[in-house]
Design a protein around this ligand. Structure first.
Ligand SMILES: [Mn+2]
Length: 390
């Protein structure tokens, strides 16, 4: 009897480039590294046969040398322990331009310690035989040149060779819940996934999701540390897939500890606006924790009189030292204008921007110009998302 063990992870974002952590950036980078190391250790301790890394192993195209050499060491340890490593590139670790030249993952392919399916247009494949089971592992890397209307799978052939066929992808897939439904980026149509694919090892969505379509399991393990406040409540981890002779995969989500992250919302109103400073200060101090990354969203409409005493810089100065990182977002704290309620206050400039461009796209009759506008929006959208992760 055979039991193949496969570990599936994605979006590890090693060597992240956050601006906001300043003096603590190395500690924050360590959080990402530790969780990756835990996965490596899990593979070593459990004699895992195959490790699948489904894109965004690195947070950037040009990781520093220490994380590169750590990864090389881990891959070498895994290889000598009998674990085969397979990777595809994600939107963070695939080049966008000629200038960016090549993915940092290529180095590992050349070292011989890992397979990197670096093509963005053709599926690359490797066949393995483990015990009595033949395993076909295929992968396609993320393509920055595709626009929202392109389906990355529409012109590719996915081989059907093994008893169990795995396809590695780093894209959103229709029918799987997404965080940014407005994102204008290529999406794989679930209907383009061949029925003989048993397991789609996906990356890109940072929240864990599983969807079963006929005999195909589509799985996103999610990121292995929290990158944005949108992920504050997520549970992080990776999948262990155990495959026996009956070829029915048994899938387990293995949880990973992460640095605590929290987002709270404080409502400023008539009752507390007279002393905004101490109200916010008291509420925030209730959460005092030197390990915590905290974001405070201040909301409400305050009188001009009360607004004068609000001082964000002072709040940060008094409170910052009690947290790993404290952020105060006061864009929804607005001035009450008696008898002159203005509705546009409810929208952020970015929301205005999206609305404006979408309207232009809808109005545009010329197909060519429409496509150009869509591409521009898609490009700006990806840039904005990158910035919001920093
Ligand atoms: Mn990612």
């Amino acid at each position: 009897m055979t039991a193949i063990k496969i570990v599936h992870t994605a979006d590890n974002h090693l060597d992240p480039t956050f601006q906001k952590f300043k003096g603590k950036i190395n500690e924050r980078r360590r959080d990402f590294r530790i969780n990756f190391e835990r996965i490596v250790k899990f593979c070593l301790d459990n004699k895992v046969d195959v490790l699948l890394l489904c894109g965004d192993v690195f947070d950037r195209i040009n990781p520093r040398n220490p994380p590169r050499s750590s990864l090389m060491k881990w891959f070498r340890d895994l290889t000598s322990n009998g674990t085969k490593v397979f990777m595809i590139g994600g939107n963070h670790d695939m080049p966008r331009s000629v200038e960016e030249a090549e993915s940092p993952l290529l180095l590992f392919e050349r070292s011989g310690y890992a397979r990197f399916f670096g093509s963005t247009e053709e599926v690359e494949t490797e066949n393995l035989k483990i015990g009595d089971i033949s395993l076909t592992i295929s992968g396609l890397s993320f393509n920055h040149n595709y626009s929202a209307s392109d389906d990355p799978l529409s012109n590719v052939r996915v081989p059907e060779e093994g008893d169990f066929n795995i396809l590695m992808l780093h894209y959103s897939i229709t029918g799987v819940k997404q965080k940014y439904p407005y994102a204008l980026e290529p999406i794989v149509k679930a209907s383009e996934i061949p029925k003989y694919v048993n397991y789609v090892a996906a990356g890109h969505l940072h929240k864990q999701e599983i969807k079963v379509l006929g005999k195909t399991v589509i799985a996103y393990p999610g990121s292995t540390e929290k990158l944005t406040f949108d992920e504050a409540e997520d549970e992080k981890g990776f999948y262990l897939i155990e495959l026996e002779d009956n070829l029915v995969p048994k899938q387990t989500f293995i949880k990973l500890e992460t640095r605590p992250m929290q987002r709270i919302s404080l409502e400023v109103n008539g009752a507390n606006e007279k002393d905004i400073q101490s109200y916010v200060q008291n509420e925030v101090l209730k959460l005092k924790n030197e390990d915590l990354i905290l974001r405070v969203d201040l909301k409400g409409r305050v009188s001009f009189q009360a607004f004068q005493y609000y001082n964000k810089v002072e709040l940060l100065r008094n409170l910052e030292k009690y947290f790993f990182l404290l952020e105060i977002n006061d864009t929804d704290l607005t001035l009450k204008e008696e008898g002159n309620e203005v509705s546009y206050i409810d929208k952020t400039p970015i929301e205005f921007f999206y609305e404006f461009i979408r309207q232009k796209i809808n109005e545009e009759k010329d197909e060519e110009r429409k496509k150009t506008l869509e591409e521009a929006l898609s490009y700006l959208d990806s840039k904005l998302k990158e910035v919001s992760q920093q």
